[in-house]
Design a protein. Sequence first.
Lengths: 306, 355
Amino acid sequence: MSTVQDHLQSLMGNRVVETSGSSLTRETWKRLRANRLAMVGGIIVVAFVLVAIFAPWLAPHDPRDNSWFDQIRPSSIPGPSWDHWFGLDESGRDLFSRVIYGARSSLIIGVVSLVIGATFGTILGLIAGAFPGWVDSLIMRITDILLAVPSLLLALSVAAVMGQSQTAVMVAVAVPNIPLFTRLLRGSMLAERQKDYVSAATSVGIARKRLVLSHVLPNSVSPMIVQGTLALATAVIDAAALSFLGLGSADPTIPEWGRMLANAQRYTNVAIHLAIFPGLMILITALGFNLFGEALREALDPKLRR
Amino acid sequence: MTAGLSSKPILAVDDLHVTFATRGNDEVRAVDGVSFDVRAGETLGVVGESGSGKSVTSLAILGLLPPRGVTVTGSIAFDGHELVGAPEKELQSIRGRRAAMVFQDPMSSLNPVLTIGRQLTEVLVRHKVATKQQAPERAAALLERVGISSARARLKNYPHQLSGGMRQRVMIAMALACEPAVLIADEPTTALDVTIQAQVLELLKELVVGSKTALILITHDLGVVAGMCDRVHVMYSGRIVETGERHALFANPRHHYTRGLLGSVPRLDLIGGRLQPIPGSPRDVISWTDGCAFAPRCAAVTEACLGTAPDLEPTDDGCKVRCVHPAAPGEALWTGESTGDSIGDSVGDSMWKAP
């Protein structure tokens, strides 16, 4: 076994392990590769991102173009065909193109709200973790209050207060994420602070600010990466839920999966494909992020690492 | 032994008390009136079982005890500066620069996400021993000094790429980076393989002998003490129960705890002997008595031991012992036939030998 040999050699001290970049990243990647579900999740995530970015080139038609309106009858809406892979929607627009553009607004909302949520959550968690005592208690009680409210309800109230706009949706989806990140970072920082390397660094005179920022924080971020991936899944679902409930962006011509699903309700007995395709997209995207996030958690878990 | 030592102690600990608050109204007296001093270039051994206050004493010296729930009283004078109650800023400038510590477990004492080069240079730059540009050079030199080959390339390694012995060498390099006046090694070899233990101890000895650094070596390995230390403290239950120059102390251990410790160590030069374990277990830290803490386990216990605790009384061979009924000089420790060496020499030389 080469590992035994490596160990022996490193004991003898004449072997220098060569590294380029972070070996944690490399090991995590190796573990992800070995996990089949992770690869499925990863492919879905990558495909989703690519579709969202390249929507204008992938979509066969303009998502706002309703030139096939004359084919719409109250009793029938044309389903999938060669010209329109996913069929037409209730206003005579190409559903396939709309679903592709829907990925775009989902990704934008997901990423922006994640960035907002993670940024504020990290700042608050960092403050709470760095200043144990009343600062920590105050921040944690506020997080407890936010966590006590169901996330969708919280998002709904924020969206209702801010009015109908894409920014409102992003902030609304971001707010329930803040306490999650805060609590997670604070918890893992508390655990890290107890470790020997922190005492060791203190014992050689490293000041507290530096200790927190360059020793404790980098060791505490790996659960945040996982939370980030999982939060993207919730963000996609939450954004869809908000637009489903009519709190999405004010412009009804912007394709959003949630609103497409909401509109499809009225036509379920006429054209089931209106509900199936956007619904399937939400499902697959959320599943992909969840699979990937879960596998990432496993791959980064130090307890499972050799 | 004392030749070449300056007379003024670099570190003087006087009547140090460390108390931990517990959930109830009880408090745990982890360190109870410890006084000692260390001179430049000297190696002081501190022995005692787990919970005897060895580590807490050393953490208190560097001000590393958590601020909440811990009360430290007494005096720790480091090169004229009082450390008890000193502001954190002052402590930070002393830690690593003038006084440093090597911890027990090298596996967890290095930050896993930073390269060892980064961790070493950080210390050098922090204490302005080197500029950012010079630091890698100095760090590599330090690694070479602690016996790590191809030091320059090693700087780019992460802690998990090194073996335990290597990591402890890195820890020692880090502690010695600024050539501190006092180095505290808290059981530096406990977590290592036996063969590596000897190497690491040899390294420590070498580095300390060459410089004026005072070494406080905390251990529960009597062989290590016998092989390396100039003076020895034996601690039990937060107090120093016996102290003295190594040869004198091992030749004539007077406290029954010290005798128990020595009697429970196997010896190569005794034929057909039996090990004598110390009966009972360490005192429960919460129930406190004024009397001798070792009394419940002591073979020579009398009514007088339960009263007030005796002070450290000097003995005729220059040691000090805290006991109502110290053993007479020369009283046998082991049953069995000795091969003839005097106890002090044989313990000192046969129990610990550098390869």
